[in-house]
Write a protein that binds this ligand. Structure first.
Ligand code: THU
Length: 124
């Protein structure tokens, strides 16, 4: 799957973000080893700390569909160019060895290696 296609899916799902507090919409789409894609958006809560990021929502959906081999994730926000994952999501991406993280910068895909975003991630 082309990175642009993956970003387009992330962009589409970002429209469904439930963000009454931050107004900051995020969409994410993961690509799994068998070529399937799974999308997620962020959704917030009046108890702010319960907010779920788009990345973890997308990964959870992949897991719920029996897919744990995650190759790449595209992340998109209409509010921010180059929307990179937060620290918590980076650790979750490391759990599933998601090798590539794709963002959009000035309309073009930008590819980060996970090891660049979270070197020396916790493992045991
Ligand atoms: N957010 C994400 O969905 N992904 C990230 O990696 C960073 C932050 C969400 C959480 C919250 O709903 C909003 O963006 C502002 O922090």
């Amino acid at each position: 799957m082309d990175y642009r296609e993956l970003l387009a899916k992330a962009k589409e799902v970002s429209q469904n973000a439930y963000v009454p507090y931050s107004k900051f919409k995020v969409g994410a789409c993961v690509l799994t080893e068998d070529g399937s894609t799974f999308c997620g958006c962020n959704f917030e809560n009046v108890s702010y700390g319960l907010t779920i990021c788009a990345e973890r929502n997308a990964i959870g959906t992949a897991i719920a569909n029996g897919q744990t081999k995650i190759q790449a994730i595209a992340i998109y926000s209409p509010n921010e160019d180059n929307c990179v994952p937060c620290g918590a999501c980076r650790q979750v991406l490391a759990e599933f060895k998601c090798d590539e993280v794709i963002t959009e910068v000035k309309g073009e895909p930008k590819v980060y290696k996970l090891n660049y975003l979270i070197p020396e991630s916790f493992q045991f």
